[in-house]
Design a protein around this ligand. Structure first.
Ligand SMILES: *Cc1c(COP(=O)(O)O)cnc(C)c1O
Length: 401
């Protein structure tokens, strides 16, 4: 392990983790930070219960999308006033894609890749159908995105880290390539924010979106975030014109006028209890250096790959071997992947399964240690060696895999 300034033994004590569980699924749902339950309870009792409607002003509820958005902005290299914490990632995809297409009215193609998360593609398909103006979603293999950028492309919309394999795109390079082709670049940071340093402004990304419940630990269904580069603030128009994104919501004007700046990306009333959980979860990052997160994350992933490959020769690495092009997760292919993962979970190692054959393990140094990594590899070895996965109940698919 390379040394870090951040004390990762200390960060682990700031989570409520169940006993006898090695949690390698923080890329799907982050663990529960201490202090979140208390914060939510305080907002319920001391704010909602006491201030009632006055809370919107007295406790600044009305401003939470911006105040929490700015805190997230610090983790993704975005200047104050360019990020909002709002809605969910899917809705945010719709907003930024609609806005981006309007900024490139003479072009009709949205370029994405086959490694993108389906909801991003579905939102594009739905938007195209709604616009009914000849827009098209073009999908290419992840390695072919750059070559597919030509003067038909209005928007390149990609997810930085592939949710299945962990393969990572080069944000700076691809954004420049998109701009050179006259296109705009939208980045989905679902598996980036909180996983490693992201530099949206420095990469000159046009728009970005991402989740609050993965590496940011905001809780199940936590509000997501949306970023718009300052250079678009005056000209962009969201397709979801809501009263919270109006220039003066409490004028109750019959006609929509967009708020200035990122505030236009608000839609309706913020979920204040969920926002309280998100805000409390973000307190952790005050004492954490993201460069350290990356250093330790790479070390944990490299160790896991080495341990698993030494112990489980039947598994095929599905993630890039080169850490430079990998996010903070490691995936392996396994024919009996679903059952293997159920057996692992029963043995206390929680990862997840992604069809058709991927077993996926997320690593966050905030609460995963070197010992956890070795222990998880031992349990995986044991599960395979003694065919512990080979039980009928482990093949019954649950609604969520
Ligand atoms: C997890 C994830 C989402 C989830 O979208 P929701 O609207 O929060 O359900 C979207 N995009 C990517 C790339 C994801 O990994």
């Amino acid at each position: 392990m390379r040394p870090t300034k951040t004390d990762f033994t200390a960060t682990k004590t700031r989570f409520n983790l169940p006993e006898n569980v090695i949690y390698l699924d923080g890329n799907s749902l982050g663990a529960l930070p201490k202090g979140v339950a208390e914060r939510v309870q305080r907002v319920v009792n001391d704010q909602w219960g006491t201030s009632l409607i006055r809370g919107w002003n007295d406790h600044g509820w009305i401003h939470t999308p911006s105040t929490i958005g700015d805190r997230i902005g610090q983790l993704i290299g975005a200047a104050p006033g360019t990020v909002l914490c709002t809605d969910n990632t899917s809705i945010n995809v719709f907003k930024v894609l609609g806005a981006a297409l309007k900024l490139r009215p003479d072009r009709k193609v949205i370029l994405s890749d086959t490694g993108n998360f389906p909801t991003d593609l579905y939102m594009a398909q739905g938007l195209n159908q709604l616009l009914d103006a000849g827009h098209e979603l073009k999908l290419v293999a992840p390695e072919e995105v750059e070559a597919a950028l030509d003067d038909t492309i209005a928007v390149m919309m990609v997810t930085e880290v592939d949710y299945r394999t962990g393969r990572r795109h080069d944000m700076k390079h691809l954004t420049k390539a998109a701009h050179d082709a006259g296109a705009l670049a939208i980045w989905d940071l679902a598996h980036s924010a909180g996983a490693f340093p992201v530099k949206l402004d420095a990469c000159d990304a046009d728009f970005a979106i991402g989740c609050g419940y993965k590496y940011l630990n905001g809780g199940p269904g936590a509000p997501a975030f949306v970023y718009a580069n300052k250079k678009h603030h005056e000209t962009m128009r969201t397709p979801l014109a809501g009263w919270w994104g109006h220039a003066a919501p409490f004028d109750f004007d019959l006609n929509y006028r967009p708020a200035s700046g990122i505030d236009q990306m608000r839609v309706g009333t913020a979920p204040i209890l969920a926002m309280a959980a998100m805000d409390a979860a973000l307190d952790l990052w005050d004492d954490v250096d993201l460069e350290d997160i990356r250093t330790r994350s790479v070390d944990l992933c490299e160790l896991f790959i080495a341990e698993v490959e030494a112990r489980c020769p039947e598994l095929e690495l599905a993630s890039p071997r080169d850490a430079n092009v990998r996010g903070s997760q490691v995936s392996f292919r396994s024919q009996n992947g679903y059952a293997v993962m159920q057996a692992l979970i029963a043995a206390g190692v929680i990862g997840d399964f992604r069809a058709p054959d991927i077993i996926r393990f997320g690593f966050t140094p905030l609460y995963i240690s070197l010992e956890d990594v070795v222990r998880a590899a031992e349990i995986l070895e044991d599960t395979l060696k003694f065919r512990k996965w080979d039980k009928p109940e482990y093949s019954v698919r649950a609604a969520v895999t």
